[in-house]
Design a protein around this ligand. Sequence first.
Ligand code: NAI
Ligand code: MG
Length: 349
Amino acid sequence: MSTTHSIAVIGGDGIGPEVTAEALKALRAAGAQHGISFETTDYPFGGAHWKRTGETLPSSALDELRRHDAILLGAVGDPTTPPGVLEQGILLRMRFALDLYINLRPIKLLPGVRSPLRDRGPEDIDIVIVRENTQDVYIGAGGTVHEGTRNAVALQQVVETHFGIERCVRYAFETAQRRGGPLHLCDKANVLTHAHGLWRRVFAEVATEYPDVKTGEVLVDAMCMYLVSQPERFRTVVTTNMFGDIIADLGAGIAGGMGFAASANLNPGGVSMFEPVHGSAPDIAGQGKANPIAAILSAALLLDTIGHPEAGEAIRTAVNTALGEGWIDLSPGALTTSQIGDIIVGSLA
Ligand code: NAI
Ligand code: MG
């Protein structure tokens, strides 16, 4: 029996459409093996579209996105767009309007990929970071007075709610329980006593419902050191929006870089969005040089989320096999974006 899913595709700018094409190729191939097919709808949003039309992400499009089973995004960003326009107008708008309250960032060193950490292999680096995605300094609460003078005062507030923390922490416990190993809360509760004090309290409360999950607390500054010195300590980490933004990129760095870093922006009760962590890479756009693996692994997260973890796993296995067997030469210029996609699809079969 075949199931059909509708996917909204926002290729975006630069290498976004190039890597998204490969992600769709892998999605369709894995789907075909598991009796799943896809109907895709392309949306033009991004820097180029904004320049042409002045439009970022209109409300009508949000309503349409909500009617899909998932959203696949490449990257948005164009060096000539003023900072903030696309981040706020598209990425943050989607997070808030679709209530994508979990940012899931797997940090996994794949076979055949060199970590900059000496003597570390795939068995040492296998972490999932669960980043809260709708609170904290990102909501834009605050303001500036006396702007443009030497008396200027700027405030941007950390906003944390019991509701927002609890649903994120609960998701993290579920994830940790499924994955096995400990769940760490990463915060700065020794200084942000109000905001992160609340995180500690909610974390401890929810922990009582998951007696089989071992827990730990780690301050964010120490976390940065441990991620480099002892990454094997961590398995699942839950953290605030801002710290998640930072430590997840550090994690991407130790796991081989932006070419491999996948992510999901999840609303477990609604439509979710999947994207590689990297941006539009204007320096290599249009040259077939982009590594599509991050986008392909994001498509695997999409499959997990829409109820086909076995198809998601098939993609991850294909990527691991292709890399581990040395079929993918990662040295610059050796393979094009679509050749890498083809090898992974070949490895699926
Ligand atoms: P970037 O991630 O686009 O590029 C950083 C460096 O990594 C560049 O040298 C690039 O060539 C390389 N790189 C990135 N992805 C790669 C891939 N798949 N394969 C091979 N090399 C890759 O970050 P950057 O340069 O800071 O930002 C460029 C534009 O992208 C900006 O407009 C920025 O706002 C936007 N951006 C968008 C994001 C999104 O859509 N979620 C996330 C990050 C940046
Ligand atoms: Mg970031």
